[in-house]
Design a protein around this ligand. Structure first.
Ligand SMILES: *Cc1c(COP(=O)(O)O)cnc(C)c1O
Length: 486
C-alpha cells in the first residue's frame, strides 16, 4: 500500500522506490500498438434497403444517407515527407485553391444574412493562441488563456442597447443564434417548469428543436401573410391553456420573410387574456435583425423595460463576425436561480456549451469599437435603401416581390433554374426565394444579379409563352405579378 507522502518521497524529495507500489509485470509504458492506421473502408455503391442508388447530378436533400461528394481525403504522411517537403507543398496548393473558390463564392452570395464585409487584419496575430472562455463570463476560471475582458465589454454594450443595468443582466457570447435560442427557452422553462411554449409557424427551427430537447409542450401559432405572428390566433391558443404559464418566442426578423413580430401586441394579448407578468416569459429571437431594429424608427422597441426575459442575436449575420457566434442577454435573477457551481472549473455552469470560442468576443469587440452605434445605424440605413431598390427593380421587371417595412429581406418568385439559385446562393422555400440585403451587398452587385435574372427569366418562360408561378399565397395578391394577379 502507498501511504503518506513521507512514505513515497525520500527526505531529498526523490521518490522512494522501495515503497512505491510495483507496476504489473506486463506493463510497458512505452509500448504502442504496431499498426495505428485503420484499414480503409470500401467505397462501394450506396444502398438503401438493398437497392443501389443511382447517383445523378441533381442536387437533392438525401435523408438517411451521407453524401461524400467533394470530400478532401485525409491521407497518411509518407515516411520521408519531412525531408522532401512534398506534403507541405500539396497541402499549400489545396489551401490556395480553396481560398480562390472562397473569393468567388463570396462574390456571388445573396441569400443568407451574412455580412461579408469586414477587415480584421489586426487580429491575425491572435491565431496562435488557444483562447477559451469556458464557463461563466463573469467568473474567472483557472484557465488563464481567455478573453473575458473583451467578452464582458461586448455584453455591456448589448445590455446598454437593450436597456438592462450592468448589475441586473447576465449573458454570454454563444456559438450561434441557435445557442441563444436554446438558452433563452431553457431559462423560460426553468422559470416556469410547466409552461407551454408558444411560437409562430414561421419561427426558426431551433426554437422547435428546443421544445423537443426539453420535452416541452409547444403550441404553433399562425402567421399573417407578412410572416408576423397572428395575435388573434395567439389569443385563441392562450385561452385554451389558461391554467399554465406561457413561454413565448418573439421573432425580431423571421428567417424567410424577415418579419418582425409586434412585441407590444404580444404583451397586450397576454395581459388581455389574463396572464399577469409573473405568468409569462418572453424570449426575443433577434438572430437576424436584433441589431438592425434598434436603429429603425418605426420598429417596436426591444427593451428590458418591457416584460421580456431574454434576447439573443447572431454575431455572424448583420454584425459581420467571420466565425459563427452570437450574444445572449437575460436577467441576472433568472440565472442565479438555475445555475450550478462546478468545482473543476472553479466557475458556475450557466451556459449551454462548455468550452467557448474565445476569439469570437475579440472580433465582436473589434467591430463594435470600429463602428459604434452610429456606424451600425448608417449600415442599417444603407441595407434598407438597397433592399427597396431591389424590390422596386424586381417589380418593374414584372417579378412578384415583397419587402416587409422593417426588413431588408426581399422575397420574390423562386427562380426556375437551380443552377442560377446555386450560383447566387439564394435560400428558397416552396415557390419563393429571398435575398437578404446585408451591408456588403452593393447596388452594383444587385444590378449584376438583376440583369442576369431578367435575361435568364425571359428564356425560362420562353419570352412570355410560359407562365411563372403564382406567389399570391406566399406574399399576398397585391405583391404577386403572375398572369392572374397582374
Ligand atoms: C439565423 C437564425 C437563427 C439561427 O442562428 P444561427 O446563428 O444560424 O444558429 C435563429 N433565428 C432566426 C430568425 C434566424 O434567422
Amino acid at each position: 500500500m502507498v501511504g503518506t507522502v513521507d512514505d513515497v518521497l525520500l527526505s531529498n524529495g526523490a521518490p522512494n522506490l522501495e515503497n512505491l507500489e510495483p507496476l504489473p509485470e506486463d506493463f510497458d509504458p512505452t509500448a504502442v500498438i504496431k499498426e495505428p492506421v485503420p484499414a480503409a473502408v470500401e467505397n462501394g455503391a450506396f444502398a438503401v434497403n438493398g437497392h443501389a442508388i443511382v447517383e445523378d447530378d441533381e442536387r437533392e436533400i438525401v435523408l438517411g444517407r451521407n453524401v461524400h461528394t467533394m470530400c478532401l481525403e485525409v491521407t497518411e504522411p509518407d515516411a520521408d515527407d519531412d525531408v522532401t517537403g512534398e506534403r507541405e507543398a500539396y497541402m499549400a496548393s489545396i489551401l490556395a485553391r480553396y481560398r480562390k473558390s472562397l473569393l468567388e463564392r463570396t462574390k456571388h452570395h445573396l441569400g443568407y444574412p451574412y455580412n461579408l464585409d469586414f477587415e480584421y487584419g489586426a487580429l491575425a496575430q491572435l491565431q496562435h493562441f488557444s483562447i477559451n472562455n469556458l464557463g461563466d463570463p463573469f467568473i474567472e476560471s483557472n484557465y488563464g488563456v481567455h478573453s473575458r475582458q473583451f467578452e464582458v465589454g461586448v455584453l455591456d454594450w448589448f445590455a446598454r442597447l437593450w436597456e438592462l443595468e450592468k448589475n441586473e443582466y447576465w449573458g454570454y457570447i454563444t456559438n450561434c443564434g441557435t445557442e441563444g435560442n436554446l438558452h433563452g427557452i431553457l431559462v423560460g422553462r426553468e422559470v416556469f417548469p410547466d409552461g407551454i411554449l408558444y411560437a409562430s409557424s414561421e419561427t426558426h427551427y431551433s426554437v422547435f428543436k428546443a421544445a423537443r430537447m426539453y420535452r416541452m409542450e409547444c403550441e404553433k401559432v399562425g402567421t399573417l401573410l407578412s410572416g408576423e405572428i397572428d395575435c388573434e390566433d395567439f389569443r385563441t391558443k392562450l385561452l385554451l391553456h389558461k391554467g399554465k404559464p406561457a413561454i413565448i418566442n418573439v421573432n425580431i426578423g423571421t428567417t424567410v420573410k424577415g418579419a418582425v413580430d409586434d412585441l407590444d401586441l404580444v404583451i397586450q394579448t397576454l395581459e388581455e387574456t389574463g396572464f399577469r407578468h409573473d405568468r409569462f416569459y418572453i424570449h426575443c429571437d433577434g438572430a437576424l435583425f436584433g441589431l438592425m431594429m434598434p436603429f429603425v424608427k418605426r420598429a417596436p422597441k426591444v427593451t428590458f423595460k418591457k416584460p421580456i426575459g431574454s434576447v439573443s442575436v447572431s454575431g455572424h449575420k448583420f454584425v459581420g463576425c467571420p466565425m459563427p457566434c452570437g450574444v445572449q442577454i437575460t436577467r441576472l435573477d433568472h440565472i442565479n436561480a438555475l445555475s450550478r457551481n462546478v468545482e473543476y472549473l472553479a466557475s458556475r455552469d450557466a451556459t449551454i456549451m462548455g468550452s467557448r470560442n474565445g476569439h469570437a468576443p475579440i472580433f465582436l469587440w473589434y467591430t463594435l469599437n470600429r463602428k459604434g452605434y452610429k456606424g451600425f445605424q448608417k449600415e442599417v440605413k444603407k441595407c434598407l435603401k438597397n433592399a427597396h431598390y431591389l424590390k422596386d427593380c424586381l417589380r418593374a421587371a414584372g417579378i412578384g416581390a415583397m419587402l416587409n417595412e422593417l426588413s431588408s429581406t426581399v422575397v420574390f418568385e423562386r427562380p426556375h433554374d437551380e443552377e442560377f439559385v446555386r450560383k447566387w446562393q439564394l435560400a428558397c422555400q416552396g415557390n419563393i426565394a429571398h435575398v437578404i440585403v446585408m451591408p456588403n451587398i452593393t447596388v452594383e452587385k444587385l444590378d449584376g444579379f438583376l440583369n442576369e435574372l431578367i435575361e435568364k427569366r425571359a428564356m425560362w418562360y420562353n419570352n412570355g409563352n410560359l407562365q411563372p408561378p403564382c406567389v399570391a399565397s406566399d406574399i399576398g395578391q397585391q405583391n404577386c405579378l403572375c398572369a392572374m394577379h397582374k
